[in-house]
Design a protein around this ligand. Sequence first.
Ligand code: URA
Length: 252
Amino acid sequence: MRLDKFISNNSEHTRSQIRKLVKAERIQVNGELVDDVAFKVKSKKDLVTVDGKPIKPIGSVYYMLNKPVGYVCANDDGSHPTVIDLLKRTENQKNPEESHPIPFKDLQIVGRLDVDTTGLVLVTNDGDWNHRVTSPNSSCKKTYRVTLEEAFDIKTLRHFTHGMALEGEKKPTKPAAIELITPKKLRLTISEGKYHQVKRMFAATGNKVKKLHRESIGDIMLDPELDAGQFRSLSSNEVQSMNKKHDFISLD
Ligand code: URA
């Protein structure tokens, strides 16, 4: 891999900064100064340093975050703070002692939430893993705690469990599961992620979502130890749990 790609992948230095660092003779490979940003580095074998500090391959990272209201699921946004801004604040990290540098430039948000939705957001730099979780074919289940404006009308249950037409969508929704908590509070589990899906499903049955909170994605549950705005790395079991096939929600 080229030296500039290796350093930019594994640190906060941009390619143009790396060019300047090379010119300023601040970069070494195995103790030797390099004068070419295209120098070929063997990422597992070579020791690359900037100002004497080693740049180590970061590899794949996976985080869960408890999203508060008011943050958007985007890498950059002109008008709102983003969930990536939350990761930039070290005081939000639940276990900083276990942490490695966060590759901010490469982070992807795994399934977005609306600005007014709270709860579980997954973030990674592993594009294949992101695809496995979010691909329409994966049928990965997502569970939301929903607070409604009106009491849930049990006559509409069948629309949720058997699928309903949503405006602008060619196909009906896939079977969903509902668990009533109180007349106006319930858990909804869906296995797809159409735009504003939960709000649109309740709107289609004449109700309105007042509050929406994501509790889980697949087998990954939002850690109750995380306050709003806090994040932690996923355990290897949590990461691996997304590699298995997801069960479908049955019609019964
Ligand atoms: N469905 C919605 O309507 N909004 C969300 O944020 C997530 C799912």
